[in-house]
Design a protein. Structure first.
Length: 297
């Protein structure tokens, strides 16, 4: 069943040519991301984070005192609360926590460090609301995964408490694009290719910026002091080495890290959980991980 389901997802993603303009790309990710809407029993509520849009969600029987702070993917140039709503809300159900998704500013209109500053603002919003750092899980997919690590490193370097755990889906950790799977998985990845990533990196980063800067490429950061971390990545994606190399570095730095490589799966596959059984199993695993490390009842 899983194989036929992932083939259907591949067909959905390949049904139209990749849009060329930023607005068209943003519309496309919202179209495919919202094919399956949020479940009827999820309560969603708009949030205002100092002028930045956010959205709370909670499933029945979830613990409102624990929060998953989620950063969407989209290469820092697209993605939104809408495109990732099904993923975020079902992750909250699995973890039995409240979720907060944010619409951080996008490049090229708002290049680095806008997204990282907005991530920090969302964290500060939760902390000033009285939520303990250890009761917060921070997660994200693709660029949102890289943003998750960059935020935690920023907190650690400032001597501040870090989240109870981190959850990374297909994280983009290397904006130098040095991973070998960018070539070896190119033929089987329906979404992410080197030329596309190069365009995104050019839009997000100031021309003079070193692409090994750990604030944008956490693969090159000191990973020591990270909280327990779960990485979930597909075996059939070009960014596979962004996960495996990061996991190796973090493990060597004594981080409690769990790496799951899912056979036949593609980039950010839990997004398609409504009609993808491995996506639902991945969310169940992530939920157990978050509950364990954030003390969810």
């Amino acid at each position: 069943m899983g194989q036929s389901e992932i083939d259907a997802i591949r067909a959905l993603l390949s049904s139209k040519p990749r849009p060329v303009g930023w607005q068209q790309r943003r519309q496309r990710i919202e179209e495919v991301g919202s094919v399956w809407p949020v479940a009827a029993d999820i309560e969603c509520e708009a949030a205002d984070i100092g002028g930045m849009p956010g959205e709370w969600s909670i499933a029945p029987e979830s613990d409102a005192s624990r929060v998953l702070l989620y950063f969407h993917g989209g290469g820092y140039c697209s993605g939104s609360i809408l495109s990732h709503r099904r993923l975020v809300t079902e992750a909250g159900r699995a973890a039995k926590v409240r979720t907060l998704a944010i619409e951080y500013r996008l490049a090229p209109e708002h290049p680095f460090p806008a997204a990282l500053d907005d991530a920090l603002s969302a964290w500060r919003f939760l902390r000033t609301s009285g939520i303990a750092a250890g009761h917060i899980a921070v997660g994200g997919d693709s660029a949102g995964g890289g943003l998750t690590v960059a935020l935690i490193n920023r907190l650690r370097d400032a001597g501040e408490p870090v989240p109870g755990c981190a959850w990374l889906i297909s994280p983009w950790t290397d904006l130098t694009l040095s991973g070998s799977t960018l070539a070896t998985r190119d033929a089987v990845d329906p979404i992410i290719h080197r030329s596309y990533l190069a365009e995104l990196a050019n839009a997000y980063l100031p021309p003079e910026m070193d692409r090994r800067d750990p604030r944008v490429s956490p693969l090159f950061a000191d990973p020591s002091g990270l909280p327990p971390t779960l990485i979930q990545v597909g075996a059939c994606e070009t960014l596979l080495e962004d996960s495996t190399r990061f996991a190796a570095a973090a493990g060597a730095a004594n981080v409690a890290l769990t790496l799951q490589i899912w056979p036949d799966m593609i980039h950010a596959f839990p997004m398609w959980n409504a009609h993808l059984e491995p996506g639902r199993r991945a969310l169940a695993d992530a939920g157990q991980f978050i509950r364990r490390h954030c003390g969810t009842k």
